[in-house]
Design a protein around this ligand. Sequence first.
Ligand SMILES: [Zn+2]
Length: 327
Amino acid sequence: MIDPDWSPREILAATVALSHLRFYQQHYTVVAFHGLGGGKRITLGKKPFKCRFCDKESPAVSFKKRAHAVSELLGNKIMTSLYECDSCNGRFQAFEDDLAKMTLAARSMSGVRGKKGSPTLVGTGRGPVRMKAECDGLHLSHDAGAPGFIEDPINKTLALTYDIQPHRPLGAYKALCKSAFTLLPDDEVTHFRELKSWLLQSDLTTCQVYSSGSHFCYSTVLPTFKPFKQPIVCLLKRKRQIDAPYMLFFIATGNFTYQISLPCPEMDDHLRGKAITVLPYPHYYQLQPWLVPKPIVERLLELSSAERTKQKTDTITWTFGSKVQVL
Ligand SMILES: [Zn+2]
């Protein structure tokens, strides 16, 4: 039933999201789905130790480090795997660093807690301004006397300009692939030999599976504080051969989501040379857009570049209710 308070835009957005959900129900099956915010630990794999990436076993390689199945910086505190050796874990750090830098503003804005808590975003150009998410909401501050935020008192908005930390987009993509590869059921790993070979390389271009221009990441940003109370990860597998990728990885955390398809030449050979559109796997708020105060921002990121991004700035704008002077 349609609620009279829903706007035409919201009804249209929900209708589109519902059609996408029906597509995925018809053509895909969920092979992994986890909420990562609970207190109960999840451990993937079993002893004896054998690394899923390099196939080496203990004691040829060590397994002393706590290997997070999904990047800790994206808020995963509870899911680890027993099948990632310390050597592979060390190699992945460089890609995690790229992902951390690419997502810094989003994680800061939505209070996603990594190894050192939620990151602080420091503004640039107008004196020292800071943004940090706490349990009770987003804290924005600047030093007395500094210009701080750009304020529009009439529309009650604050804007913060910040530097996007230089990072390698393909490194961030590789970090997402590593999390997805870790979540694969054992009987699926065999289909991803090329991806496994790429993950074994410490650089980005050796054994790269697909050529430049093929590393898309669909992302949504929700204009509200931490709508996803816990990180959610999902792997979707194609049921039968259609013109769509074999395996999709989806993660929602804080107030943003990412969706990528896993490089899989073995199962996606029929897609070679075809231009296909990958539909967004709709999340809770796309299906019910009236639950967030403003339109959900959708972006299609192309993460093929192995070069570090140049110095760039971006601006975040908030609407505020009231201001309180802190002495
Ligand atoms: Zn290994």
